[in-house]
Write a protein that binds this ligand. Structure first.
Ligand SMILES: C[S@@+](CC[C@H](N)C(=O)[O-])C[C@H]1O[C@@H](n2cnc3c(N)ncnc32)[C@H](O)[C@@H]1O
Length: 378
């Protein structure tokens, strides 16, 4: 212990030193023992005066019980931090799952800092996978999806239905995470507007540009290769923001918050997301989605988040079974084609599991479309 600390203890009356003839201060064996006890109590969260009261007076059991609760909380929190550090060191999955759930944007930055480019980082996050063998995983993943037109559930009719519920006449439209443009092309054919389609995947954008050229009547469509998390537009630019199956990549709540600034007053946001159909999700379903989409919510929770983010919900509806079929049927065919040469691929196995899981449990969850208006200033 430092000299200053000893003198301070003395000043508070915790110990009683005395000055020897040579000027040194002498402490008794009892003082030394008291110091040890005081230090332990102090580390447990008691102030020095509370330490003194505890040693010199009748025990204040309420005070100690309160400190005990706090101490238990601190230990639990330290345990979590320890667990996190351990899984970070060994690159285990729980760290990725925790980070995706609790700090999605910071997690993306962290992946970038580890040397993953934006597209890889997104795909890791997308699939909430640990990064072991990620090169192989990425290659397989791209090989499987490159040929598919849809990269998520959706249908022509559902896009048109959502569009019919948009209450304004949009002149400026942004399609975020447009992929190969399944929805962009429908918007282009049905709106008299300037449409900007943004995605991080260059080849998908090239595909979209070619598709647009082959359409008969269309609005103007610009494509931009960029991230939904750093959108290069001025505030209040768009009357309509469209995002099918993509808001979850940065987290729906975060998307609601940050895209709002880009909408004009009473501008409209249309997005689709995977939600639980019921409050009482079975353990099997909860466990599966906890690792595949940790931020998945019930429909009611998403509705609440919409209103808390300053939007008015105009309509929402469940995408029909054909939306899933449009995604899973071509995917299943692709899997069947690739399986003989890729039997050991983790990416392929994950997708097979996902389809099997859907077939067994699809009544518990839904792809849902939300049409919301930017009403309140927050
Ligand atoms: C599930 S797909 C949906 C694609 C399309 N909207 C559809 O319904 O077919 C998600 C899309 O988001 C894109 N994406 C992923 N991360 C992104 C990001 N940070 N910014 C923009 N697009 C992103 C992916 O490349 C992919 O095209």
């Amino acid at each position: 212990m430092s000299r200053t600390a000893l003198l301070y203890y003395e000043k508070l009356g915790l110990i009683e030193g005395r000055r020897a003839d040579n000027g040194y201060r002498i402490y008794s064996e009892t003082d030394v023992q008291r110091i040890k006890l005081i230090q332990q109590l102090h580390q447990g969260g008691l102030s020095l005066m509370e330490c003194k009261m505890t040693l010199d007076s009748k025990l204040d059991r309420d005070l100690l019980a309160n400190r005990l609760v706090k101490l238990d909380e601190e230990i639990a929190s330290k345990q979590q931090s320890r667990h996190l550090l351990a899984s970070l060191v060994s690159n285990e999955k729980p760290w990725h799952e925790m980070a995706i759930k609790n700090a999605p944007s910071a997690y993306m930055q962290w992946l970038n800092a580890q040397g993953f480019n934006a597209q890889e980082a997104i795909q890791i996050k997308w699939l909430s996978k640990a990064m072991t063998h990620h090169d192989q995983y990425m290659n397989d993943f791209n090989l499987i999806f490159d040929e598919l037109l849809r990269w998520g559930p959706g249908s022509h009719n559902d896009t048109l239905k959502a569009l019919s519920k948009v209450p304004n006449t949009p002149r400026t439209v942004l399609d975020i995470g447009c992929g190969k443009g399944a929805s962009t092309c429908i918007l282009a054919q049905n709106l008299d507007a300037s449409i900007t389609a943004i995605d991080t995947n260059k080849s998908a954008l090239t595909f979209l540009s070619n598709e647009v050229m082959s359409l008969s009547k269309t609005a103007t469509v610009y494509t931009i290769c960029g991230s939904m998390e750093q959108l290069p537009f001025h505030n209040k630019t768009f009357d309509l923001i469209w995002s099918e199956g993509a808001a979850y990549i940065m987290g729906v709540e975060q998307a609601l918050k940050s895209w709002k600034a880009l909408l004009t007053a009473n501008g409209v946001l249309v997005f689709s997301d995977l939600v639980f159909n019921t409050q009482s999700v079975s353990e099997e379903v909860a466990t599966y989605w906890e690792q595949a989409y940790p931020d998945m919510q019930t429909l009611d929770t998403r509705r609440l988040q919409v209103s808390e983010a300053g939007y008015e919900l105009v309509a929402d509806f469940s995408l029909g079974g054909s939306a899933w079929n449009n995604y899973y049927q071509p995917l299943q065919q692709r899997i069947n084609t690739l399986l003989p040469e890729m039997a050991n691929s983790d990416a392929l196995k994950c997708l097979i599991d996902e389809i099997n899981f859907y077939n067994a449990h699809h009544e518990a969850y839904d792809y849902h479309m939300f049409i919301v208006v930017n009403t309140k200033r927050l």
